[in-house]
Ligand binder design. Structure first.
Ligand code: SF4
Length: 450
């Protein structure tokens, strides 16, 4: 029987964030990596220390979420002190721009590590209370005049300097995450724009126009195969996520099958530890083809759990994919093909009430679907540009509750990463609760060799 979120016994009640969220100010006074900590010497002290470590990591998780919600301001003079685009990875807009505004030629950092190990996307907002500063050549975050944390930018993977046989830069085709994930963005436009049916929170088409020189519209299966094979040869292809906008006439299945053939023939893998991200096909039997081609997981991002809000926010998905009920049927069917925990969905958290989002996460978890609920970022060029996402406390509470749902349904860390190859706040919350930290550090998770 499916239990609603409200009916659950107080899950993980020792986590902060259940109940009224406190002023985050004390939570954000984090230590730098260099801070020394005395070892515990007795059972009680060890438990006390373990509790304290968990609170430290949860505080860092709260900070990570706040940094995504509020963004980070900066001065160009400070930014130019860091080797963004050479030593450190720059933002490459292969799909969406999550900054407050499109920023032309200004190279912004893609991501960084917080002091206790949490990997965090860099989102620029010129009006944010958070600001990037430089101290002795090192990047540091301030909140107003309060020093919050020293950070480490994510180093630029050398693979991005490679080129395919036809001369295309790998940086125009893929991203390489620290987990060992290869993110392929096969098209950087969405055909829904031709009928004005883009999802209202989505800025894929505005991003494609703003960063035209960074992008090529459609990556050929051969290019994708070459990129994967190069990453695989270096042990950096633990997972691949293939996604993009709707392509004309919904020819995505043919494309994905060609990509699978190229990956297998060029790298020698028999199964593709990776996710095909698709729109719900009207003929559900098409889903079998993705499994037969070798993909081990599949994603169908529903985006909104409330049927009526879905119609308003995702008009294209409503019209072209059989509507909300059909989309849920497609997720159920995908579980029957790929297996429990091998199907992913996503809800854009912050457009509908939290209770509705959590009901979706819970009901889908019970059906065998791992459904994330990433924070809505009202990004430039989307129909909802200028709106506001809920406060960080709202997203923090949602994150803890969704992670608790995943745990209660027996999903594992590996399944969460096989569903989504990125260290999202949901992955962090799940791992912190599972005790995967070592003292007050949560090490970067990486895929096992495959
Ligand atoms: S289907 Fe919606 S979310 Fe996906 S790319 Fe198109 S407009 Fe964006």
């Amino acid at each position: 029987m499916t239990t609603s979120v409200e009916q659950q016994p107080a899950p993980l009640a020792y986590w902060p964030g259940f109940g009224r969220y406190q002023d985050p100010e004390p939570l954000f006074r984090l230590r730098d990596r260099s801070d020394a900590r005395k070892p515990a010497s007795s059972g009680a002290k060890i438990r006390e220390q373990a509790y304290s470590d968990k609170q430290t990591l949860l505080a860092e998780l709260a900070l990570k979420i706040d940094l995504v919600v509020q963004g980070i301001a900066l001065d160009l003079g400070v930014l130019h002190q860091f080797a963004i685009g050479t030593k450190y990875l720059e933002q490459i807009h292969l799909l969406f721009d999550m900054d407050r505004e499109h920023h032309g030629d200004v190279e912004l950092p893609a991501a960084f590590y917080l002091p206790h190990g949490l990997f965090t996307a860099f989102r620029w907002d010129p009006d944010s209370r958070y600001r990037l500063r430089a101290e002795d050549g090192q990047p540091v975050l301030y909140r107003g005049e309060q020093r919050v944390a020293a950070i480490e930018f994510y180093r630029r993977p050398a693979l991005l300097d490679n080129k395919t046989g036809d001369g295309e830069s790998f940086a125009h085709i893929a991203q390489f995450g620290p987990e060992g994930n290869v993110g392929i963005f096969y098209s950087n436009e969405c055909d829904l724009k031709h009928t004005g049916d883009d999802c209202r929170y989505c800025n894929i088409n505005s991003t494609a126009a703003a960063y035209r020189e960074q992008n090529i519209f459609l990556k050929t299966p051969r290019q994708v195969g070459e990129v994967f094979a190069a990453a695989h040869a270096q042990g950096r292809a633990g997972h691949i996520n293939v996604t993009g906008g709707f392509i004309p006439e919904r020819r995505e299945v043919d494309y994905y099958l060609d990509v699978a053939d190229e990956i297998k023939s060029r790298s020698g893998v028999k199964e593709i530890h990776g996710t095909a991200v698709i729109g719900a096909p009207l003929d559900l039997r098409i889903i079998d083809k993705y499994r037969e081609a070798g993909y081990t997981t599949i994603a169908l991002n529903l985006e909104i759990w409330d049927r009526d809000i879905f119609k308003a926010i995702c008009p294209g998905k409503q019209k072209r994919c059989g509507g909300w009920d059909h989309w849920v049927k497609a997720l159920e069917y995908a579980v029957s093909v790929f297996g429990r925990g091998k199907v992913r969905s996503n809800l854009v958290a912050g457009i509908e009430p939290k209770e509705s989002v959590l009901r979706g996460v819970e009901e889908l978890a019970a059906k065998g679907v791992i459904c994330f609920a990433g924070a809505w970022c009202p990004n430039p060029g989307s129909a909802l540009e200028g709106h506001r996402t809920p406060e960080a406390a709202w997203h923090y509470d949602l994150t803890l509750k969704a992670a608790a749902i995943f745990a209660q349904h027996g999903y594992t860390t590996l399944e969460l990463y096989d569903a989504l190859g990125a260290s999202s706040p949901f992955h962090d919350a799940f791992r912190i609760n599972a005790g995967e930290n070592v003292a007050d550090q949560l090490a970067q998770w990486t895929y096992p060799s495959r």
